[in-house]
Write a protein that binds this ligand. Structure first.
Ligand code: AMP
Ligand code: GLY
Length: 408
């Protein structure tokens, strides 16, 4: 028996939970979890960003492994506290989580490691921001330096809007615009060794055809039929391995999930951003195709034993996840709307992302409310199954993109 404590409450965590309990020897606990996780594990009303509370809970349930889902607990030092308590933890230290916690830090690591990325300037005043905008020219890319749940980035041809975002944020990173398709590659890392998962593509803008503001992600699919041969190997040698080496050199080795957000530009692959946790919703599609039991892989990473692991096994075919969001998202979403779900099948199922149960009723409690996953022999079939399943979801307050799974 392996007892796993999973931290977080979103769609990523429900997808992680499903993949963890696919191994019948896993007993799952989640804090705080969500109604989807309630069906496969025991929930605990504990703040996942409170290091002392998490350690106490891990001891109480006898956790062999703590898996940290979101970035906030990592930046708050939860993984450090769990490891200091002598419990295996999947997730980087607070120092290593700065790769996501500060865009300026990530740029500095990439520069030192020779990782290809957009050239950028860190700006702390409106004057510096204006000078950087004029140096790079339109379209303008302005990023809040700190954590912003995927919503701190403005990409716009409008100089006044770019400058206004910089002034609203304070410290920003302003950078060169990268063109070309984007993809997400996740690497499971143990400080030294990295194992890539299948590459996925996220749909970041809220509307069909990539219209409207950026969101945390409105859907995803994997694998990528258009990816050039050798892409994953190239990203491992040019991006992931040098980043791990640089983090070791700094005395803050990276153990956990390193998420490389990449653009395939005309001049080669470039890093758009690093995250230090599984991406959401991409994880919902990627883990749908993973055959190797996840718990053993994450535990090997936590223990520094990835080099001894056999290669990961994947199902053939493709997976698509379509996000059903609450009206208003990515602004203030309408909360409390009733949700009725069709039964899951082994080809299409619902992931809970922002739901709650009130008096036995399932209701919306977040911006991204559900992820509908479809599996198929190819992208077209997976996409058809996801949208077919979604057509049977009853959630009057919801909306979704209709073009998820069409490569862009
Ligand atoms: P980030 O939070 O850094 O991933 O940025 C969110 C989204 O903004 C990315 O997924 C891209 O679509 C877009 N973006 C960020 N940086 C750039 C860039 N340098 N050039 C073009 N688009 C970008
Ligand atoms: N889907 C993008 C992210 O998880 O940051």
């Amino acid at each position: 028996m392996t007892t796993v404590l999973l931290l977080g409450s979103g769609g990523r965590e429900h997808a992680l939970g499903r993949a963890l309990v696919a191994d019948p020897s896993v007993q799952l606990h989640a804090a705080p979890g969500n109604p989807g996780l309630a069906g496969i594990g025991t929930l605990h009303a504990v703040d996942p960003s409170d290091p002392a509370a998490v350690v106490a809970l891990a001891r109480r349930v006898g956790a062999d492994l703590v898996v940290v889902g979101p970035e906030a607990p990592l930046v708050a030092g939860v993984a450090d506290a769990v490891r200091e308590a002598g419990i295996d933890c999947f997730g980087p230290s607070a120092a290593a989580a700065e790769l996501e916690g500060s865009k300026a830090f990530a740029k500095d690591v990439m520069r030192a490691a020779g990782v290809p990325t957009a050239s950028a300037r860190v700006c702390a005043t409106p004057g510096e921001a204006a000078a950087a905008l004029d140096a790079y020219g339109p379209p303008y890319v302005v990023k809040n330096d700190g954590l912003a749940a995927g919503k701190g980035v403005v990409v716009t041809p409008d100089r006044a809007a770019a400058l206004a975002h910089a002034e609203a944020c304070g410290k920003v990173v302003i950078e060169e615009f990268l063109d070309g398709p984007e993809l997400s590659l996740f690497a499971i890392c143990d400080g030294v060794t990295a194992v890539p998962l299948l590459p996925a593509q996220d749909f970041k803008r809220v509307g069909d055809g990539d219209a409207g503001p950026n969101t945390g992600g409105m859907g995803a699919y994997c694998p990528l039929p258009w990816a050039p041969d050798g892409l994953v190997e190239e990203v491992m040698t040019q991006v992931i391995d040098p980043t791990l080496a640089e983090m070791r050199r700094r005395g803050t080795p990276f153990s956990g999930l390193l998420y490389a957000g990449l653009a395939l530009t005309g001049r080669g692959v470039r890093v758009v951003e690093f995250n230090v946790r599984f991406g959401d919703p991409e994880t919902q599609a990627v883990l749908a195709l993973l055959e190797t039991p996840l718990a053993g892989v994450l535990r090997a990473a936590a223990r520094g034993e990835l080099a001894g692991l056999p290669p990961l096994r994947w199902r053939d075919g493709a997976a698509v996840v379509v996000v059903e969001a609450a009206r208003g998202y990515p602004g203030t979403p309408v909360g409390g709307g009733n949700i009725e779900l069709p039964a899951d099948t082994d080809r299409a199922w619902t992931v809970h992302a922002g739901t709650a149960t009130i008096d036995g009723r399932l209701v919306a409690s977040g911006g991204r409310v559900l992820g509908i996953v479809g599996l198929g022999e190819d992208l077209e079939q997976a996409r058809g199954r996801a949208y077919d399943h979604l057509s049977r979801v009853n959630f009057p307050d919801g909306f979704h993109r209709t073009d998820i799974g069409i490569p862009h």
